[in-house]
Design a protein around this ligand. Structure first.
Ligand SMILES: Nc1nc2c(ncn2[C@@H]2O[C@H](COP(=O)(O)OP(=O)(O)OP(=O)(O)O)[C@@H](O)[C@H]2O)c(=O)[nH]1
Length: 420
């Protein structure tokens, strides 16, 4: 075990090998429980498939996953020499995109899996765009299924070039991206250097994971703590709970809840059932504020310092990307916006500019509509008070997902807040 921790997202197009890679990482780092391996080893031997334990484990996980019975790749943990990794929510999961955008599953870094025999595919684009919008620092790109393309260097180079073009399109700094030819299934270049890719002399996957920069908690930003729930606890009183996104909370601080617009002094902070004098980004806390009752605040409020309170938007301008919408989006459209713990219906009041995603330049002023695949700058009016921040100032509170008909139809980040 290591003292240092990383939240890692595994992203990539369907069937490019995300689950297999997670299985491989768990297997190579000794994180698959021994009894699980043992059970599958026995079955494999019974069926005359001895020696293929890993494949057998994966097949079974996949089968069980389809039946929805067992091990989800999300929230699996493994440790390397440098870090304890937690795999945060994964694509394919219901609400993955929303969770990633609203910060419910905040990844520090990501591994992008691209199958060598398929190259860049629609979800590769979508996930790279998300990673970029959400401020993923470093991207490790595993060009997977190298075994399927006979470990050919030329195929690897072609796919690398394709991915590099995509990164440039979304303006992701290619210096922050590293490429590795792998086979999650066969185990090439995961924990050991592979003889099959003798033409490759870069890092193998576990080395790259060890070399990731340590996430720096945003302790210098003002306190922002979106409220998840509000409890009444006997002997203490009203206890709002949530995760600190930015800044620090100390007992004795004067805080303000927005948009409910109430405040007071922090009396106690509790974490893991223990009282603590202060809490930091990433900490899940319950706390008690003098004079605040259960009906004064609610889920979706954000707690911040009284002298630098969370912003409440009358309107805000944002850059959005439409991921999937059955028809077209026009001014007046009022879907539900999910930002941190808030869910508020908001009207797209005007579509100000359509952007060219490849150059980032304005393609059209005041377009009549936008549709799937379009990027645009829009002005948004919340139908109920909403606390949200410009992404340039507090990125953790500056992104949102737009949901309609049970789907995430767009993702966005806030450019500017016109405060109430
Ligand atoms: N030959 C080969 N097959 C692989 C490799 N990695 C994954 N596969 C196979 O590709 C298929 C898809 O792999 P998954 O790991 O389920 O892909 P995924 O990206 O998790 O897919 P979703 O969870 O459906 O998004 C499975 O049949 C795997 O056995 C590889 O390195 N080589």
């Amino acid at each position: 075990m290591s003292e240092r921790h990383q939240n890692l997202a595994i992203i990539g197009h369907v069937d490019h090998g995300k689950s297999t890679l997670v299985g491989r990482l768990l297997y190579e780092t000794g994180s698959v429980p021994e009894h699980v391996i043992e059970q599958h080893r026995e079955e494999a031997e019974e069926k005359g498939k001895g020696g293929f334990e890993f494949a057998y484990v994966m097949d079974n996980l996949a089968e069980e996953r389809e039946r929805g019975v067992t091990i989800d790749i999300a929230h699996q943990e493994f440790s390397t020499d440098e870090y304890d990794f937690t795999i945060v929510d994964c694509p394919g999961h219901r609400d993955f995109v929303k969770n990633m955008i609203t910060g419910a599953s905040q990844a520090d870094n990501a591994v992008l899996v691209v199958a060598a025999d398929d190259g860049v595919a629609p979800q590769t684009q979508e996930h790279v765009f998300l990673a970029r919008t959400l401020g993923i620092d470093e991207l490790i790109i595993g060009i997977n299924k190298m075994d399927v393309v006979d470990y050919e260097e030329s195929t690897y180079d072609e796919v690398v070039t394709e991915v590099e073009q995509l990164l440039k399109q979304v303006q992701f700094n290619t210096d922050d991206a590293s490429f590795i030819p792998i086979s999650a299934f066969e185990g090439d270049n995961i924990a050991e250097r592979s003889d099959n890719t003798s033409w490759y002399d870069g890092e193998i996957l576990l080395e790259s994971l060890n070399d990731l920069p340590e996430p720096e908690p945003p302790t210098d930003a003002p306190l922002r703590l979106p409220i998840q729930d509000v409890y009444t606890i006997s002997g203490i009183g009203t206890v709002p709970v949530g995760r600190i996104e930015t800044g620090v909370m100390n007992t004795g601080d004067n805080v303000s809840f927005q948009p409910s617009d109430v405040g007071g002094e922090v009396k106690t902070i509790e974490m893991h059932h223990e009282e603590v004098p202060k809490a930091e980004p990433g900490d899940n806390v319950g706390f008690n504020v003098r004079g605040i009752g259960k009906d004064d605040i609610r889920r979706g409020d954000v707690c911040g310092p009284a002298d630098d309170p969370p912003s409440v938007a009358e309107t805000f301008q944002a850059q959005i990307v439409v991921m999937q919408h059955p028809s077209v989006i026009t001014a007046g459209y009022t879907p539900v916006f999910h930002a941190h713990t808030a869910q508020v219906a908001c009207t797209i009041e005007s579509i100000d500019k359509k952007m060219d995603p490849s150059s980032g330049e304005v393609a059209e002023e005041n377009p009549d509509f936008i549709q799937s695949g379009d990027a645009a700058v829009v002005t948004i009016r919340p139908q109920k008070p909403l606390s949200i921040e410009p992404s340039s100032e507090i990125p953790e509170l500056g992104s949102f997902a737009i949901r309609d008909m049970g789907q995430t139809i767009a993702a966005g980040k806030v450019l500017d807040v016109n405060e109430k």
